[in-house]
Design a protein around this ligand. Structure first.
Ligand SMILES: [Mn+2]
Length: 423
């Protein structure tokens, strides 16, 4: 679906109001132009598994018009990207999204300006016909044959990624134990390290490996890559192509994630991000829906830490959404998530770093807090809208999605009872 004509008409109808709101911000924020440029460059990868309605262990309520094939998933991302111009990448999960014809998939994605971000392996489920079971772990498994199968799967994922032009492998392991005594922690860690080393050896020269951690679930007593310390330990032992990946939902409640981000950046070991939001655990809710201030504080550390290392905000870390749930239209949800990410980024760019530095040096706690909250309480939405306008997107993506009844069009094309692959 090509939407440029409709987007133009939509923007024309909202332009006058937008210009007034943007001009007000431009007069009050000296860095407004710089922020708009940075917003235009910033792209967030859409996970292929979030384009269908997510389920819980209690059930799944699929929505109409869900993408049934990888081609349709790419078209969904293309739709999002046309609307917000900030979703120019897709992250695939193998084997849920094995491309049968990588060349044609790649040219379809190219046509819409979509690139392939990190590819994700899956050793947390058994696949039909698989020789060995992952019931008791994959890369950590006591049986070498199971580890070997999981290693080969990851290497196969790299091969799929190469064919699509990706350059990053994300490894998230469900490995761990459910009961005390089940595992020898040290052996589980060393088996995992040895397995990751074999996968690492298969990485092409320009590839990265991101080691994602998660505190608990599906294992409830121990997780072998359970926190940033364990991930960092593995990434350090693996080498300079291995990094830690932070998924916001993979921490215990109230963990100071911004501090983790700051130190990983300091060490040059932060590789990427999975955005989502949560109230209790790995809830995978829409980004910014529960704790927007925390999201801002994380972006504040990201911007500060990337600037300290002179990193390109848009290019040097892998920015991905990892959210999916069961009550919203997935495309509307993703539009909301991308908006929340860019909003937190814009707010972080607003922070007066010089003044914050001086407030910190003088132990002026009140002033330091005021500086952060000033930025957080600034309505940056017109900056985001301006960035979209200048890059050919819609002033109000969710508005046009609803006005044009795009889900209805997709349902007419695909049918009511389509089910996307994923959890
Ligand atoms: Mn994740």
């Amino acid at each position: 679906m090509i939407l440029s004509g409709s987007i133009q008409a939509h923007n024309d109808s909202l332009l006058k109001d937008h210009v007034r709101r943007f001009d007000f911000l431009r007069e009050n924020i000296p860095a407004a132009e710089d922020i708009v440029s940075k917003l235009i460059a910033f792209q967030v990868a859409i996970p292929s598994w979030a384009l269908g309605t997510g389920g819980t262990r209690f059930g799944r309520f699929s929505g109409p018009g869900e993408p049934g094939t990888l081609e349709e998933k790419i078209l969904d991302v293309a739709l999002l990207h046309q609307l917000n111009r900030s979703s120019g990448a897709i992250s695939l999960h193998i084997p849920w999204d094995i491309p049968d014809h990588p060349d044609s998939i790649r040219s379809l994605a190219d046509k819409y300006g979509i690139r392939f971000d990190a590819v994700n392996s899956n050793t947390f489920q058994d696949q039909p016909g698989q020789a060995q079971s992952y019931k008791f772990g994959s890369l950590q498994h006591v049986d070498k044959a199971v580890r070997k199968q999981a290693i080969e799967h990851n290497i196969e994922v790299i091969r799929h990624g190469v064919a699509l032009g990706s350059n990053t492998l994300t490894v998230w392991l469900a490995d761990g134990s459910c009961f005390p005594g089940q595992l020898n922690f040290r052996r589980a860690f060393l088996n995992t390290l040895e397995s990751l080393q074999e996968i690492y050896a298969a990485l092409p020269a320009d590839w990265k490996m991101l080691v994602e951690y998660k505190a608990y679930e599906p294992n409830f007593y121990s997780t072998t890559v359970g926190d940033w310390g364990q991930s960092h330990l593995l990434a350090s032992k693996l080498g300079n192509k291995a990094y830690t990946l932070v998924d916001l939902g993979h921490h215990h409640p109230n963990t100071n994630i911004e501090q983790i981000v700051s130190l990983l950046l300091m060490e040059g070991k932060l590789g990427g991000f999975h955005f989502n939001d949560s109230k209790y655990g790995d809830d995978d809710l829409t980004v910014g829906s529960i704790k927007p201030y925390q999201l801002f504080l994380i972006f504040n550390e990201l911007v500060e830490g990337m600037d300290a290392r002179k990193m390109d905000h848009a290019l040097e870390l892998a920015w991905m959404i990892d959210a999916s749930h069961n009550v919203k239209d997935p495309l509307e949800d993703l539009l909301q998530s991308v908006e929340a990410i860019l909003l937190a980024y814009a707010q972080a760019l607003l922070v007066d770093r010089q003044s914050l530095y001086h407030a910190q040096q003088e132990n002026d706690v009140v002033k330091a807090q005021e500086i952060l909250q000033d930025a957080f309480r600034t309505d940056c939405r017109p900056l985001l809208a301006e960035a979209r306008l200048r890059s050919g997107g819609a002033l109000h993506p969710l508005g046009i999605f609803r006005d044009m009844q795009l889900r209805r069009t997709l349902t007419e094309q695909r049918g009511i009872h389509t089910v996307a692959t994923g959890l």
